[in-house]
Design a binder for this molecule. Structure first.
Ligand code: HEC
Length: 143
């Protein structure tokens, strides 16, 4: 009989001790300090490197590939294959006549739109500078 009870106690202890120690670990892990320590590094990097520093750069200067990016994201839809009679990408014959007005002349036309060419080539959020860079990218390149 006593043997049976001690067996039971042993069993109970085996059950209780691990769950107690688990509960202790959990409690430690869920303190505000412990949580802050775990999430802190991510928050710091974003605040210092990403958001704060990136904003002024984006507002003042465009990357050298901005023209290529705008062309690919908006203008290429028509200008890659010449949809609606659009002058094709870097095609000498298509652009020769149009280039006689100069880059600023072409920019003015692109902003206003012309025939099947919608104003700003549908890139309404593009600045004049971005449109200009896109045009410079899509016309035949000087050799
Ligand atoms: C929906 C189709 C379409 C999209 C999108 C489009 N274009 Fe055009 N584009 C045209 C067509 C069509 C013409 C020819 C218009 C004409 O001569 O009647 C043209 C002509 C032009 C010309 C020549 C204007 C001239 O001097 O005669 C420029 C420059 C130009 N597009 C720039 C752009 C730029 C930059 C973008 C992107 C931001 C763009 N286009 C997006 C259809 C498009």
């Amino acid at each position: 009989m006593t043997k049976r009870i001690s067996r039971l106690v042993q069993c109970l202890l085996l059950l209780v001790i691990p769950s107690l120690s688990m509960a202790c670990q959990l409690k430690e892990a869920m303190t505000p300090e412990a949580i802050y320590e775990r999430i802190k590094p991510v928050g710091t990097i974003e605040a210092e490197g990403g958001l704060v520093a990136a904003a002024p750069v984006a507002a003042t200067e465009l990357s050298a590939t901005a023209g290529e990016e705008r062309y690919k994201s908006t203008c290429a839809v028509c200008h890659e294959t010449g949809v609606g009679g659009a002058p094709k990408f870097r095609n000498e014959a298509d652009w020769k006549e149009r280039m006689t007005v100069g880059i600023d002349g072409m920019l003015a036309i692109a902003i206003k739109g012309k025939g099947a060419m919608p104003p700003k080539g549908t890139c309404m959020q593009c600045s004049d500078q971005e449109l200009k860079m896109a045009i410079e990218y899509m016309i035949p390149q000087k050799k």
